[in-house]
Design a protein. Structure first.
Ligand SMILES: [Fe+2]
Ligand SMILES: [Fe+2]
Length: 170
């Protein structure tokens, strides 16, 4: 139960606003991932985008649980930062040639910008939740944070294993 004092505190309100931002961002990422999958050259990268698309659905439902645990309605408010990162991702696709590893190297760059933004945001919101004693929210945010970190690691692995090398050789 969230006390009225907590509900009216600036920090709590700020926390809710940031959650709305993140909720918008996750929904925007959900829409972009299939396009990134479609644009990928290598099967491995396409698969990792498909996998993260499924995981992103879970991130969204976890955020809905976070709102619920705080007695708030889940709603998104446009996140200009993520809108910009996704716009840049689109231009990376346009600026690289289909069926090349340069395309995949570019897609990894775009995807890691998304993941890093998410890692920073989940990381801080988790800490905020902990400080306010919102235990359920803290746990839910921590779960998604771990998945964003793992995704970032998978992307680094693909780049280092073969994509960057093949892109240089093109
Ligand atoms: Fe996410
Ligand atoms: Fe992500």
């Amino acid at each position: 139960m969230i006390s009225d004092k907590m509900k009216n505190s600036d920090f709590h309100k700020f926390f809710i606003d940031e959650l709305k931002d993140l909720y918008w961002a996750e929904n925007a990422v959900l829409k972009e991932l299939p396009k990134m999958q479609e644009a990928a050259t290598s099967e491995e990268l396409a698969e990792s985008f498909a996998k993260h698309h499924e995981e992103t659905k879970k991130h969204i439902s976890r955020l809905e649980k976070v709102f619920e645990s705080l007695g708030e309605k889940a709603e998104g408010v446009k996140c200009e930062a993520m809108a910009g990162i996704l716009k840049e991702g689109k231009s990376i696709i346009e600026d690289t040639t289909k069926d090349t590893m340069t395309r995949d190297a570019g897609l990894i760059l775009a995807a890691q910008k998304i993941e890093h933004y998410e890692i920073a945001t989940y990381g801080m919101l988790k800490v905020f939740a902990a400080h306010m004693g919102h235990k359920e929210a803290e746990n839910l945010l921590a779960e998604t944070l771990d998945n964003e970190k793992a995704t970032n690691g998978t992307l680094t692995g693909l780049a280092e294993r073969f994509i960057n090398k093949q892109a240089v050789a093109e």
